[in-house]
Every structure is written in structure tokens, then in C-alpha cells.
Design a protein around this ligand. Structure first.
Ligand SMILES: Cc1cc2nc3c(=O)[nH]c(=O)nc-3n(C[C@H](O)[C@H](O)[C@H](O)COP(=O)(O)OP(=O)(O)OC[C@H]3O[C@@H](n4cnc5c(N)ncnc54)[C@H](O)[C@@H]3O)c2cc1C
Length: 271
């Protein structure tokens, strides 16, 4: 699962395996054939599996050929180049959604991050531009959440390696707070990773894996809001977040993880 770090990815793998899913990695599927009414998938290293159904997840490619043929400039990943008001290089031609580049709020440059959340905002901006408005797309953080059996897997912002490539000096710390007071029945652990910049203390990203009813999305959205405003990791501790024992803790899980990061940052010398 390339959108989260391997230590959290292992939790997802365990969840899949506990539900009878065989996880095979580092095998390139080369051929899908038929035998006795079933499908046979063959890959390198002698990999063979027989199955009833093959789903191919091929990733997302912007279908920008028509735009390019019309003289519209494309950029990252072949996506249509737009400015922050969703204008292409052709006067009067606006574009939004999976076919366009997405302005990244932390990287401050165009990326390709096709998401429904982004498409809706960009579409609205394009509409405003079309009727003479001046609102600008404020940028994506790549915030996303997916349910995998009983887990929710979420991320926002940059992971450690992405932050380092972008010129930050990242420190990534893992914490596993409970999603609500542990004495109240039904508490689940939230496996969280926070990435912050060692030099400035600025929050750069977060990842969470936890039970899908453990308010994972609420927590990632707190991180996303903090990222949007360029807050430091330590400033998360000043947020006035809600609490009652069945749903949270006086220090919310987000703040417990932030405190783990702040302690680690104090103990880890700058490289
Ligand atoms: C299975 C799946 C699950 C997803 N889950 C999530 C999620 O949980 N969260 C999230 O944020 N994003 C999710 N996404 C991504 C999200 O759906 C897309 O990012 C979003 O729909 C992109 O919007 P869009 O308007 O750019 O394109 P689309 O929604 O694909 O709309 C394009 C429209 O253009 C029409 N069209 C295409 N060609 C032509 C033509 N030549 N003439 C006329 N019409 C045409 C199509 O029929 C379609 O109606 C998911 C995507 C998929 C496929």
C-alpha cells in the first residue's frame, strides 16, 4: 500500500490475511488465461493462481488527449495544466478534476492527486471563474481515507521520504493512543505516524490505521486542518478538542501523538 509507511502497511496486510486474503507482493502478473472455465493468472517466479474473477487496479491516468489535440498544455503525469483559478492556456477553456494537475499546498507546486474531494473543489472554482469570480484553489494535501474490512486507513500531507525529497528535515514518530478512555468499554488503539520538520517544528503529515469505528477520519481531518493552516506539531496541543469518555480523552489521540513527536524532537539532534 504505497500511500502509507510499511509499519502501518503491515497492519493492513494482517487485516487482509485474517479475512482469508492471500497477499502476494513483488510479483509481476504477466498473463491471464482460461482453463476449465476458470481464470489462471501467471506471474514471474513460477507464480500461478486459479480464480473466478480478476480485478485489475491499473491506477489513474488523465485522459487529456482531446485537450492536447486542441492545443492545451499538459504537465505532471500528462494532466492538463491549469492555474489556481482552473484556467488552461486556451482563453475561455477551464478544466477541473481527474484530468488536471493539482496544486499541492505544502509542496507549493503542481502534482497529480486525483480525488473526489479535490475534483469537487476545483469544479466549484472553475464555475466561479466562469461567472467572473476570483476565488483560487487553495491546494490539496492528499487527504484520504479507505476502509479495509474492520480498519480505516488514512493519511494527509507528506510522509517522511516525500518530505525529505521536498527539502524538509523530517522526523517521523509513531504513537499508539487509545481512541477513547480505555476504562470505557470498546476502546481501540489508533496506530499513528506524525511527520514534522525538525528545524521549524512545522507539521508535515500524518497517517492513521485503526478500527473503522474509532473515528480515524475525524483525527486525520484535525491533522489536515492543522496542515492547511501551517501549524507546528506542538500547536496541536493547544487545540480545544471535544471530550467525553465514550468518544475521546482529555488529551485527544491527535494530541497524544503530537506530544510523542515533540518529546522525540527534543531528544533527536538535528542532522
Ligand atoms: C471506485 C472508485 C472509488 C473512489 N473512491 C473515492 C473516495 O472514496 N474518495 C475520493 O476522494 N475519491 C474517490 N474516487 C475518485 C473520485 O471518484 C474521482 O476523483 C472523481 O470522480 C473525479 O471527478 P471528475 O469530475 O474529474 O471525473 P468523473 O467523476 O470521472 O466524471 C467525468 C464524467 O465525464 C463523462 N465523460 C467522459 N468522457 C466524456 C465525453 N467524451 N463526453 C461526455 N462526457 C464524458 C463521464 O461519463 C463522467 O460522467 C474514487 C474513484 C473510483 C473509480
Amino acid at each position: 500500500m504505497p500511500s502509507i509507511d510499511p509499519s502501518l502497511g503491515r497492519l493492513v496486510r494482517r487485516e487482509l490475511e485474517q479475512h482469508g486474503v492471500e497477499v502476494v507482493m513483488a510479483v509481476t502478473a504477466g498473463d491471464i488465461g482460461r482453463r476449465d472455465g476458470a481464470l489462471v493468472v501467471r506471474g514471474d517466479g513460477g507464480f500461478v493462481r486459479t480464480t473466478d474473477l480478476v480485478l485489475v487496479g491499473g491506477g489513474v491516468e488523465p485522459n487529456s488527449d482531446l485537450a492536447r489535440a486542441a492545443g492545451i498544455t499538459t504537465g505532471v503525469h500528462g494532466a492538463i495544466r491549469v492555474d489556481r483559478r482552473m484556467r488552461t492556456n486556451l482563453p475561455g477553456v477551464l478544466a477541473a478534476g481527474d484530468c488536471v494537475e493539482t496544486w499541492h499546498r505544502i509542496l507549493q507546486k503542481p502534482t497529480y492527486l486525483p480525488l473526489g474531494t479535490t475534483a469537487h473543489k476545483q469544479g466549484r472554482i472553475a464555475g466561479e471563474t466562469a461567472v467572473g469570480g476570483e476565488r483560487e484553489f487553495q491546494g490539496s494535501l492528499g487527504t484520504q481515507v479507505v476502509k479495509v474490512f474492520s480498519l480505516a486507513v488514512a493519511r494527509t500531507g507528506l510522509r517522511d521520504d516525500e518530505a525529505r525529497r521536498a527539502g524538509f528535515e523530517p522526523l517521523t514518530v509513531e504513537a499508539t493512543p487509545w481512541h477513547h478512555k480505555v476504562y470505557y468499554p470498546g476502546a481501540h488503539p489508533l496506530h499513528m505516524r506524525i511527520t514534522g520538520d525538525r528545524t521549524t517544528g512545522r507539521l508535515l503529515g500524518a497517517q492513521i490505521v485503526g478500527h473503522w469505528q474509532a473515528e480515524v477520519a475525524k483525527r486525520i481531518d484535525v491533522f489536515a486542518t492543522a496542515l492547511f493552516r501551517g501549524m507546528t506539531v506542538d500547536e496541536l496541543n493547544d487545540l480545544d478538542l471535544s471530550y467525553t469518555p465514550p468518544v475521546g480523552a482529555p488529551w485527544d489521540a491527535v494530541q497524544e501523538a503530537a506530544q510523542t513527536w515533540v518529546s522525540a524532537a527534543r531528544l533527536t539532534p538535528l542532522s
